[in-house]
Structure formats: C-alpha cells, structure tokens
Design a protein around this ligand. Sequence first.
Ligand SMILES: Cc1cc2nc3c(=O)[nH]c(=O)nc-3n(C[C@H](O)[C@H](O)[C@H](O)COP(=O)(O)OP(=O)(O)OC[C@H]3O[C@@H](n4cnc5c(N)ncnc54)[C@H](O)[C@@H]3O)c2cc1C
Length: 393
Amino acid sequence: MRVDPAIDADFYALEQLLDAEGRQLIMTVRDFMEKSVAPVINHYWTREEFPYDLIPGLAGLGIAGLACAGYDCPGGSSVLDGMIALELARVDPSIATFMGVHGGLAMGSVYLCGSEEQKQRWLPAMARMEKIGAFALTEPDVGSGVAGGLTTTAQRDGDIWVLNGRKKWIGNATFADLIIVWARDVADNQVKGFVVAAGTEGFTPEKMRNKIALRVVQNAEITLDNVRVLEEDRLQQATTFRDTAKVLRLTRAGVAWQATGCARGAYEHALAYAKQREQFGRPIAGFQLVQDLLVRMLSNVTASACLCVRLSQLQDQDEAKDHHSALAKAFCTVRMRETVGWARELLGGNGILLENQVGRFVADAEAIYSYEGTREINTLIVGRAITGLGAFV
Ligand SMILES: Cc1cc2nc3c(=O)[nH]c(=O)nc-3n(C[C@H](O)[C@H](O)[C@H](O)COP(=O)(O)OP(=O)(O)OC[C@H]3O[C@@H](n4cnc5c(N)ncnc54)[C@H](O)[C@@H]3O)c2cc1C
C-alpha cells in the first residue's frame, strides 16, 4: 500500500519555516526513502540484516552530520536537521536510528568534543559516509546510571591509553569504522571519550540478536580487553561526563524528532488504510469513531512536531538546555507510543501483519521509547530543573 503524499500530515505547515533549499532537501530525502527504502525494508527487518547497499544513496543525500558546520559537513540548521530525522523515521525508524547514531552521536561527539585537528581528521570522511561511526556509552550493568556509574576503565601509560570493560546496545558497532568509547579515567575518575578504530586488537563487537524492535539496526555487545588507544585519539575537549552530556542534549532532540516521524508514518499508513478499507458497505474512514482515532493521532503528531520545531529553534539560538531536550524526548515518545497503538487498532487484524507496515512502527517505537534516556530519566532531568531538587536516587 502506497502512502499518499504527506503534505496534510504537516498540518500546521511547519515546512514553510524552511527556505526553498531546505524544502527541496526534504523532498529529496522523502523521495529516496519512499522509493529505495520502503519497498525493501521489511525484508531486512525480518532477517535482522542491514541494507549496506543503501549507504551510498544515503551518503548522496548529504545529510550526515547535517547541523555540523565546516569540515565538509552540510552546516544546516537544527530545524532542518530535525525535519530530516522526522522524514527518515516516517518511512523507517531503523534507518533514522542508523543515521542518528552515525551523524548525531558519533559525528556530534567529534564535533563537540574533538580538537580542531581531530575534527579535520575525522569529520569530512564521516560526512561523506566513507567512515561510519558508533557511540559506545551504555554497559551491560549500567544504563540509566551512566553519569556516575560507568565501569569501563581507561588507564594512561605514556602516550597510550588502555581500555578495559564491556558495552551493550551499541548501534552500528558490528560494521562501524570509528567507535566513540566512553570510559572512566582511573587517575581522576572522570569520563573521557576515545575514538577506537574497528579491528583494534582487544576490541570485539558481537551482534545482538532476537530484538523485537529496530531489527535492521545492528546493535552489538562489545568487549574491550586491553584495547590500546593513542592519546591523539582521545577526544581532547571531553574531560568530564558534562561533555558527554552535551552530545546527548543534541541527540535527544533528534530522538524527539524521530519519535514524531515514527508516529507520523504510522498515522499516514492508518489514514490511507481507512480511506480504502470498507466495512458495512462504506470506507471505515467515514465512521465517527475511526475519525476520532485519526484526529487523536494527528493531534499527537502535530503537537510533537510544533514542540520539536521550537526546541530546534532554541538550539539554533544556542539557548537549548538539557531539560529542553529531555522534555521533548519524554513527551514525544509517549505520544508516539500512543499513536502507533491507535494506528494498529485502526487496521484491525491487518495491523499485526508486517506487510501493512504499521506493525513495524509499533515494534520500533518500543526501542525509541527507551533509548537515549528513558521516560523516567528524562522526566527526572526536567523535574530537577523546575524544582531545583534532584530525585534520581
Ligand atoms: C535499540 C537500542 C539501541 C541503543 N543504542 C545505543 C547506542 O548506540 N549506544 C549506547 O551507548 N547505548 C545505546 N542504547 C542504550 C540505551 O541508551 C539504554 O537502553 C537506556 O539508556 C536505558 O538503560 P537500560 O536499558 O540499561 O535500562 P535501566 O537503566 O536498567 O532502566 C530500567 C528501568 O528502570 C528505570 N529507572 C532507572 N533508574 C531510575 C530512577 N533513578 N528513577 C526511576 N526509574 C529509573 C528506567 O527508566 C527503566 O524503566 C540503546 C538501546 C536500545 C534499546
């Protein structure tokens, strides 16, 4: 089933905030996602495989690290970057996540925490997607509590750092060229970032299998066994977890956009289905209760998109704080989960068949809901900001 052109799902015409070039880029990305990704993605999703053949096409869109300026990066606005994330997720949340990990988490780490020389060294090839990045923060026993609880260690020995520990859930890590590994410096107990090249001795990624969500994304558990990294490959501007948090502030905003895209994709499929599916001799779109579901979905998508736009505008003004990103991530992912559930409901039994697409959005939403800070953790970040009282422990 082909989804109708989605102009009406941008209900408050937010794309009009973009200039002509930005709107053109949205159309180019939409076209690529609908023509090259949509027809094949269920094949890969079912098999837990990644469509490596699509990487050159994605690279050709020129959207990796979109909001980074200089270093052969596109240098677009955060608003445009967010709308692109929505556009990717609207067709497939796995591809949106792949790009979010590479262009957001990995390139963002180099951009925000690297020295001038490091940015020159790594960003151009990453922007062209000749080198793919991953971001390794989470550990098997430490997820929400990474700020204070990271157990992976980094020990300096002259010009060499030796990393030891384990990581879990690391997207793209089975095939990435550059993996940003966050580890605790045993000398000062602070979290630092290291760029580990694939194939480095002692660095072993193992693909995680049997996920029920984002099955196209290749997540890995990583073992770091005396991995030796040069001092020149330590991100020079990352000296405490506060620097890691700068990256997360940026990418959590991107995840709010992704959640909005995931919800919008499900809504659009549901709307198209409702118009063509007939029961009692008429399209189900003509029933009041079905219209109620559709309008609730559109309300969620529209409210989330408006919130995301304002967040991105604050980012572009350099005024976005951790709590702004956290509120958007928590709100939009809750609305997404509600929306994909309603879309599934609207398709009746057909909603659980992969071929009708909505089921994939329902499953993928579960991962987006939990990664980059769960609802609880993002709520606690906002709670601390508005009360002045931390309630994490
Ligand atoms: C598909 C996928 C992709 C991912 N990709 C990456 C990646 O590329 N790189 C990376 O580093 N990580 C990645 N992650 C990890 C992700 O960021 C973590 O899953 C997330 O931060 C939550 O950690 P956890 O799963 O260990 O849950 P836990 O921290 O164990 O939390 C379990 C539950 O307890 C709740 N909880 C914990 N602490 C509190 C508290 N103080 N108060 C109230 N409730 C609390 C949580 O909200 C949650 O509901 C990915 C995860 C998934 C699922």
